[in-house]
Design a protein. Sequence first.
Length: 163
Amino acid sequence: MTSIKLTVNGEKFEEQIDNRLLLVDFLRDNLSLTGTHVGCTYEGVCGACTIHLDGDAVKSCMLLAVQADGHNITTVEGLSADGGLSDLQQAFNDEHGLQCGYCTPGILMNMADFLRENPNPNDEQIRHGLIGNLCRCTGYVHIVRAVKKAAKMLRDNEPEVRV
Ligand code: FES
Ligand code: FES
């Protein structure tokens, strides 16, 4: 067992955990943050478990929870600071960027990071950015449309950026 301290969605936690516990299981089982999904039995291919580690999108099934010690984590539950929808979430809603929604938290977390780096992406750049996220039911046309809409909303709202 190891003691870790970390910040998740702005809240500080100190927990005793098994050294082999994966970060995705720590978030889901220890902190009940079940918006972070497991879609590929921890193989790193589906992207449903994507979160932010110190602001960068990472697949939380590829990390041990002990590796998050001292770091700042954001999950999909922390994407919007005020409890409403962020611009990115609103755009997915407006453009029908989801069907069952299982892949959506991971896509949102990945695209939130992507849009910070790419404020005015074209379709090809968005599709490239989505390579690590599998959606099994919508296809990607509406997802790309939603990301494009979110990019415009964010540009229009600057400097009050809410990815
Ligand atoms: Fe992490 Fe699929 S559960 S990539
Ligand atoms: Fe169902 Fe993507 S919306 S897997």
